[in-house]
Write a protein that binds this ligand. Structure first.
Ligand SMILES: Nc1ncnc2c1ncn2[C@@H]1O[C@H](COP(=O)(O)OP(=O)(O)O)[C@@H](O)[C@H]1O
Ligand SMILES: [Mg+2]
Length: 252
């Protein structure tokens, strides 16, 4: 991973870096279509009485799947998604992401893998309020040292893909909830991630808009994108191709 950091910022987008990732990965990659594999994952939050949130979670997701993780509020969905997204650690077990063991990583290594493999979509959109739609979508490329001209070109392509090109110069406050989520999805896609992880992506939307956003995910999946959606909404789960259910921290 040190190799990767030395190449920042890449001269021409992210091609060089993803090649390096493959080289580095090959040392401990196994041949599989699985992009996510969890084995006996346990996770507790510390406290006077530690809270055991994930209990012996076993789970695998193949490349190209559109799956939902469904469960009641407090069942551990966000905790699980944060582990999948390398935003949080786990206590025991093994997590392989595209063949790479995600365990005891340094902050830098975790950030690199996260930035190059995962696109996040959140319930609250997480757009920067003083930047317009185009600037929000382009931002991840700024951190990769991509030129302004190139990142604006690529950001506009993603906005077009989301049917949002005519809103490129609008601020988030000038967009509807559904439009904000489309901008957030465009931002997640711009780094060409291997997988999209979405935590309650329709949680702030009315049911009609929710269906439209789910259709966006379905279209992306039809193009081959692997997508994992966490939701407590059965209507959302129904629109995915597989439902993984979690009850009180256990997959059932
Ligand atoms: N950072 C944290 N520290 C302590 N407890 C937490 C933390 N995050 C979540 N929890 C607790 O863990 C349980 C599962 O939370 P979470 O994964 O957010 O559930 P869900 O997303 O399914 O609603 C809940 O009881 C919650 O209060
Ligand atoms: Mg949650």
């Amino acid at each position: 991973m040190r190799l990767i950091r030395k190449t920042f910022p890449p001269k021409s987008g992210f091609i060089n870096v993803s090649r390096l990732l493959i080289l580095k990965k090959s040392r401990f990659t196994f041949k599989t279509d699985m992009i996510i594999s969890l084995k006996d994952i346990n996770k507790s939050y510390p406290g006077a009485v530690p809270l055991h949130v994930l209990k012996d979670v076993n789970l695998s997701i193949d490349k190209g799947e559109l799956v939902s993780i469904m469960g009641a509020s407090g069942s551990g969905k966000s905790t699980l998604l944060n582990i999948l997204g390398i935003l949080d650690n786990y206590d025991s077990g093994e997590y392989y992401l595209d063949g790479v063991l995600i365990k005891d990583l340094s902050e830098n290594k975790a950030a690199d893998l996260r930035n190059y493999m995962i696109g996040f979509v959140f319930q609250s959109f997480n757009l920067i309020s003083y930047k317009n739609a185009l600037e929000n979508v382009a931002l991840p490329l700024f951190y990769r040292g991509v030129s302004r001209r190139q990142r604006n070109k690529l950001a506009m392509e993603q906005l077009e893909r989301m049917g949002m090109a005519d809103r490129a110069t609008h601020l988030p406050s000038e967009l509807s909830g559904g439009q904000k989520q489309r901008v957030a999805i465009a931002r997640a896609l711009i780094t060409k991630p291997s997988i999209i992880l979405a935590d309650e992506p329709t949680g702030a939307l009315d049911s009609k808009t929710s269906k439209e956003v789910m259709q966006v995910f379905r279209d992306l999946n039809a193009e081959g994108m692997t997508i994992v959606i966490v939701t407590h909404d059965p209507g959302v789960g129904e629109q995915t191709n597989r439902i993984i259910r979690i009850v009180d921290g256990r997959i059932v």
